[in-house]
Design a protein around this ligand. Structure first.
Ligand code: ADP
Length: 474
């Protein structure tokens, strides 16, 4: 039960996998190093043995030249006795493989005469090395065949007991070292991976302890700019954004609730009055008209919210066509002339001719109307409102709405494009706080931007910037 619950989790951890990789890589590299050392060491030993055997052959050659075959035969016995008969042997053969002299061979009786080698030797006249296993100890022997006189071949062999001892010692060292290396690399791998991942654990702990209400918790940042510090930093910034987002969602839902509550309360009030004055038909009509007006306002607000959220989600249903902007701006201005006259506002416009672009005309009109509506709404009597349309300015078309209204303080300036945001000073004027948010969304859908500059007490300038496209309407 315990193993079922705990082991799978352990196997899944990055620390466990890193440890495994660490131990694996460490062990494999150690094996490769051992193998290389083994190959080099055995080859060097064998090379040395071969040199010794060649030296013996050269010696026999000299002896034959000086003392003849008889001298060499005696030499074979004496040399083997001197070096140890279990260590070395000598056989002197004729080129047909017949033995005519040898040292004491009882230990070496397994080593026969290889006629294939003798044949090869007869052709090459050089020397040939072979390796034998001597039973019963499976001890290796290195054997040399070499011509030591015109018709005399020396077969001499040497026990490679030193090499065998070396291999045996090497095996012991290898097993002990590998055991130690595996344990050491596993322990140090576990230690290193745990240390490296301790920052991740801190992030997991913080993430676990965060609930909807305590978003203010943050992961400690070490400041040493490593990957985990960057991860902690990124995680904290993400939390900042989530916190700000949740705050703005709360504010927005409060605002929506508030903005829905007022017209609904008014609608309810009209219905109540209508109920009380049941016999007065004119009264009924008035109440119905008021209810329709309030309902339209509500619907307009909901529709505006939908347009904004759809556009922000990239699902805006904008239909782009070639639009004569000059005509569109002039028409929008004409619509506001009566408002200007009502409020005694000096309203002027300067519109460049023949400015065309690709746009959703209705939407762009809506954005411009919102800006004009605000300008007239917030500018007091006898103020000034000016609109201008400029053609290509730094690859942009610019529509500006300039007023001499109260201006916007710097704190509000950063927030006026947020949904439902209304500056404190504007709460007395009618509005929903959605106009600028919608205008900016529409302009951005046209790959342009809506920017504002304002001086408190002097006025405000809103500029719609649209990318310049050289489109002519035929
Ligand atoms: P609404 O006008 O319905 O309140 P908007 O989104 O159009 O909402 O504007 C947001 C806020 O920006 C307004 O409440 C107001 O405080 C400020 N504002 C917008 N236009 C102007 C302007 N021309 N002059 C001064 N303040 C403005």
């Amino acid at each position: 039960m315990f193993s079922k619950l705990v082991m799978p989790d352990l196997f899944k951890t990055i620390a466990f996998r890193l440890t495994l990789w660490y131990a694996g890589i460490f062990s494999i590299s150690s094996c490769v190093a051992f193998a290389l050392f083994y190959v080099v060491a055995t080859q060097t030993l064998q090379g040395q043995t071969d040199l010794d055997l060649l030296e013996k052959a050269r010696y026999f050659s000299t002896v034959i030249q000086r003392n003849g075959i008889m001298g060499a035969s005696k030499m074979a016995v004496i040399e083997a006795q001197a070096a140890g008969e279990k260590r070395i042997f000598f056989r002197l053969l004729y080129p047909n493989g017949e033995v005519f002299a040898s040292s004491h061979m009882s230990y070496w009786k397994d080593i026969s005469i290889d006629h294939g080698v003798i044949n090869t030797l007869s052709h090459t006249k050089g020397h040939v090395f072979t390796t034998w296993l001597i039973k019963p100890n499976d001890q290796k022997a290195r054997v040399l065949y070499s011509f030591v006189a015109k018709n005399v071949i020396l077969q001499t062999g040497i026990a490679m007991d030193f090499q065998s001892k070396f291999i045996q010692a090497f095996k012991t060292v290898f097993i002990v070292s590998m055991g130690f290396i595996i344990i050491f690399s596993a322990v140090s791998g576990l230690f290193l991976s745990r240390k490296a991942l301790s920052g991740v654990k801190a992030i997991i702990r913080t993430a676990n302890s965060i609930s909807g209400t305590n978003l203010e918790k943050r992961v400690p940042e070490t400041g040493n700019q490593d990957e985990l510090d960057l991860l902690a930093h990124t995680f904290n910034r993400m939390l900042d954004r989530i916190e700000a987002l949740i705050k703005s969602i709360r504010e927005m839902s409060d605002n929506i609730a508030h903005d829905l509550k007022s017209p609904l309360t008014r609608i309810r009030g009209f219905a109540e009055i209508a109920l009380v004055n049941m016999d007065d038909l004119d009264n009924y009509r008035g109440m119905a008209a008021n209810t329709i007006e309030e309902s339209d306002r509500l619907l307009d607000m909901i529709n505006t919210m939908l347009v904004i959220s759809r556009a922000e989600a990239g699902e805006g249903e904008f239909v782009f066509k070639a639009v004569n902007l000059s005509a569109m701006v002039r028409e929008a201005c004409d619509l506001f002339v009566p408002v200007a006259e009502d409020k005694n506002i000096d309203f002027t416009h300067v519109v460049a001719d023949h400015i065309h672009t690709l746009a959703d005309e209705k939407m762009l009109q809506r954005a411009l109307s919102n800006l004009l509506d605000n300008a007239f709404k917030y500018t007091g009597d006898k103020g000034m409102v000016h609109v201008d349309l400029q053609g290509e300015v730094d690859n942009f078309i610019k529509i500006r709405v300039i007023d001499t209204g109260p201006g916007i303080d710097s704190g509000s300036l950063e927030r006026i494009f947020e949904r439902f945001y209304r500056a404190e000073s504007s709460r007395t004027s009618p509005g929903t706080g959605l106009g600028l948010s919608l205008a900016r969304t529409i302009v951005r859908e046209h790959r342009g931007d809506l920017v504002v500059s304002s001086q408190l007490g002097r006025g405000t300038v809103f500029s719609i910037k649209l990318p310049y496209r050289n489109i002519q309407i035929i």
